[in-house]
Design a protein around this ligand. Structure first.
Ligand code: SF4
Ligand code: SF4
Length: 174
C-alpha cells in the first residue's frame, strides 16, 4: 500500500475521534486552529503526507528549518482559511498529543510539550482525554514508524520534544 493510502486510512480512523467527547474547540475558542497568512505559522507534515495536499486551495506547503535524516527539511503546512474537517493534516488531528519515538523502542504517545496554548495539557485536564483517541493515535504511529523515513523524522522530532521538556522541567507522559 502506498504511503498516501496509509495516511488516508489513518485520517479516516481519526475522523470521528477527538480529545474529548465534546467539541473542545467550543470550550477554548479553537485556540489551536487559527488559519494565518503569515509565513512559518503552520504545522509539520509527516513524511509523505504532503502528497495529500498538493494543489489544494487554502494550504501552502513550505520547507521548514527542522531537518532529519541527513539534512532533509521537514515540510510545514500553512492554512490560510479554515479547512474542511475531512482535510485536516495529521498534526491537527492528533493535537495536543504527539508521538515520542526512539529507534529500537515502540512509539509512545505523550502530551505535546509545545502545546502550551491547549487547556487539555494542564495536569488537571489531561486525565479526561479520551482513551479511544489516545489508542487510535498510538495505533497510527506504531504503523507509521515502520517506515524508515518516518521513523527518522519521529526520532528527530523527539529531540525537539526532549528539549522542550527539559526547558519546562517536567515530562508529559500520559
Ligand atoms: S487548543 Fe486544545 S482544547 Fe482548544 S480546540 Fe485545540 S485541542 Fe481542543
Ligand atoms: S489545517 Fe485546518 S484544522 Fe489545522 S489549523 Fe488549519 S484550519 Fe485548523
Amino acid at each position: 500500500m502506498h504511503i498516501k493510502e496509509i495516511y488516508k486510512a489513518i485520517y479516516e480512523r481519526l475522523d470521528t475521534l477527538t480529545p474529548l467527547p465534546v467539541d473542545c474547540g467550543k470550550l477554548c475558542g479553537k485556540l489551536c486552529c487559527q488559519p494565518s497568512e503569515e509565513d512559518e505559522v503552520g504545522m509539520y507534515l509527516f513524511p509523505g503526507e504532503e502528497a495529500l495536499f498538493k494543489g489544494l486551495d487554502g494550504f501552502r506547503i513550505l520547507d521548514s528549518e527542522f531537518t532529519y535524516k541527513n539534512g532533509k527539511n521537514a515540510k510545514l503546512i500553512c492554512c490560510t482559511r479554515p479547512c474542511e474537517r475531512s482535510l485536516r493534516p495529521l498534526s491537527c488531528r492528533i493535537f495536543p498529543l504527539i508521538p515520542y519515538f526512539r529507534h529500537g523502542s515502540p512509539v509512545r504517545i505523550i502530551l505535546d510539550p509545545r502545546a502550551t496554548i491547549c487547556p487539555l495539557t494542564h495536569p488537571e485536564a489531561s486525565p479526561y482525554i479520551e482513551c479511544e483517541f489516545k489508542r487510535e493515535v498510538t495505533r497510527a504511529f506504531r504503523l507509521l514508524s515502520r517506515f524508515s523515513e518516518i521513523a527518522d523524522f519521529l526520532d528527530a522530532l523527539t529531540d525537539i520534544l526532549d528539549d522542550y521538556n527539559k526547558l519546562r522541567g517536567y515530562d508529559h507522559a500520559l
